[in-house]
Write a protein that binds this ligand. Structure first.
Ligand SMILES: O=C(O)CCC(=O)C(=O)O
Ligand SMILES: [Fe+2]
Length: 281
């Protein structure tokens, strides 16, 4: 029998979120942001959501739309991406074994009515199925409910505890449980957790804001330098631009030009100013 998804309230401290995430590979933090915040982000993104085509294969979903570049397309999105509870938990589960972590992808996933369940997978398979050592977490995702997530409308389905399972298994949907949650809640799940999008048997779309994070020495799934180029990143708070990838991932990783730190490109200091490579990443 599969256990339920652990859940905590919005007032939970980082220790509680970390403990659940380490034990189960997933956790829901209920109503971490208010409805207005989700509504503002949805309003910013509405034209892009409407213009997004459905997926072109079974994995992305023929009745599912994925709208990316969220940093560039919604000012309020940054509040989700850098929410203190999220960064606090990531500092523990990713930041404990890497110099830093970065955004991996930003997307609204809208599962339309009639979409079947997505196949159950590990997100870290994106790294060409490299067999990372068990317990060495390279990726963590958040899925924010833009509307209520129910079993009927396609709430993300997870297998709590499966982050400890062997790699390259093919669990079935009946081994999963739905991460039901009210609007404004967030589901955390490690890149090693077996999960998948749920089937939408309702008559309306399920919208979730999926923000992934990965160790800074790995390639990002969504290319942030194209999704959020320096002239756009310049409008963001510095910490957020750095989180997007405008910083070195370790001592020498990601420099450009004459040993410059990537954030210099955001500042527009390529041509002059002292070299910045000697500083900490
Ligand atoms: O939409 C969802 O609930 C999950 C989607 C997912 O796991 C994926 O596309 O990798
Ligand atoms: Fe996934």
């Amino acid at each position: 029998m599969t256990t339920e998804v652990p859940r905590v309230g919005a007032d939970a401290n980082v220790d509680e979120v970390e403990a659940a995430l380490r034990a189960s590979g997933c956790v829901v933090v209920e109503r971490l942001v208010d409805d207005d915040t989700m509504d503002r982000i949805e309003r910013d993104l509405e034209p892009f959501l409407d213009a997004t085509p459905a997926g072109g294969d079974e994995f992305t979903g023929f009745n599912t739309r994925r709208t990316g570049s969220l940093l560039a397309r919604s000012r309020d999105f940054g509040f989700l991406a850098a929410h203190p509870t999220v960064l606090g938990a990531l500092d523990r589960v990713l930041g404990d074994h890497a110099t830093s972590y970065q955004l991996h992808l930003t997307q609204v996933i809208e599962i339309g009515p009639g979409e079947p369940s997505q196949y159950v997978h590990r997100d870290q398979w994106a790294f060409d199925f490299f067999p990372f050592p068990a317990g060495f977490e390279v990726e963590c995702h958040t899925m924010w409910a833009m509307n209520d997530f129910t079993e009927e409308n396609g709430a993300t389905r997870v297998i709590p505890g499966s982050h400890c399972w062997e790699d390259k298994l093919r669990p079935t949907v009946d081994q999963t449980v739905p991460a039901e949650m009210p609007k404004g809640s967030v589901l955390f799940y490690l890149g090693s957790l077996y999960h998948g999008g749920g089937a939408n048997r309702s008559t309306s779309a399920r919208r979730g804001v999926n923000v992934g994070y990965t160790l800074s020495w790995l390639r990002q799934e969504e290319n942030q330098y194209l999704a959020c180029p320096p002239e756009v990143a310049r409008e963001l708070p510095e910490d957020l631009a750095r989180l997007a990838g405008y910083r070195r991932g370790a001592y020498a990783l990601g420099y450009y030009g004459d040993l410059r730190d990537p954030y210099d490109a955001v500042r527009g200091q390529h041509a002059d100013g002292p070299p910045s490579f000697s500083t900490a990443p």
